[in-house]
Design a binder for this molecule. Structure first.
Ligand code: AMP
Length: 182
């Protein structure tokens, strides 16, 4: 299983900016726009994900709105695997299924198109997002994928805020790959 060395982890970590008290007091916001803005770091990350997942025989990659779209869609194009967006309410135009969840800073809901994975039986899905905090968003997203008769075989996060316990929340639902643990 392809993983990063400590030096490579540090390189990626240093490309991510941390903003204090955003979007509200007490939150240390991990700002991945600085990684995206650094062509070498972004390219390094995407090549790493390509190496890790190229032999997984994935049927789909599902990305969580909105930062999961960036990494998920880029990986989909590299691996030539279709991409499925998991979105905030009232964004998807066709029939959807929904799941509510609590966030590190509020309550929210995710939705997926009911037929997103329907053209492949028992589709193997990789879920991807930039960060796991309390795990609410990821848990709701895995539930959505599994409710459509597909199977979330791994959840991949660029950053795992370990002390918020999110990966513990979902560890019985799927395999987890967190590139950076903070
Ligand atoms: P959670 O459901 O608590 O695991 O929250 C994960 C979602 O919220 C992800 O989509 C993240 O992009 C976003 N998020 C939560 N906490 C942070 C944080 N400290 N910095 C950046 N994004 C965050």
């Amino acid at each position: 299983m392809h993983k990063l060395t400590k030096d490579e982890e540090l390189y990626l970590l240093n490309s991510i900016r941390t903003i204090k008290d955003f979007p509200k007091p007490g939150i240390l916001f991990r700002d991945i726009t600085t990684l995206l803005n650094n062509k070498d770091a972004f390219n390094f990350l995407m090549n790493h994900l390509e190496k890790r997942y190229k032999n997984y025989n994935l049927d789909f990659i599902a990305g969580i709105e909105s930062r999961g779209f960036i990494f998920g869609a880029a990986l989909s194009a590299k691996l030539e695997v279709p991409f499925v967006p998991i979105r905030k309410p009232k964004k998807l135009p066709h029939i959807t299924i929904s799941q509510k969840y609590s966030l590190e800073y509020g309550i929210d809901e995710v939705q997926i198109h009911i037929d997103a994975f329907s053209h492949i039986k028992d589709a193997k899905v990789l879920l991807i997002d930039d960060l796991i905090a309390t795990g609410g968003t990821a848990k709701a997203s895995i539930q959505l994928i599994n409710q459509t008769n597909a199977k979330c075989i791994e959840a991949c996060f660029l950053i795992d805020l370990k002390n918020l316990g999110g990966s513990n929340e979902i560890k019985n639902m799927t395999e987890i790959y967190s590139i950076l643990e903070v």
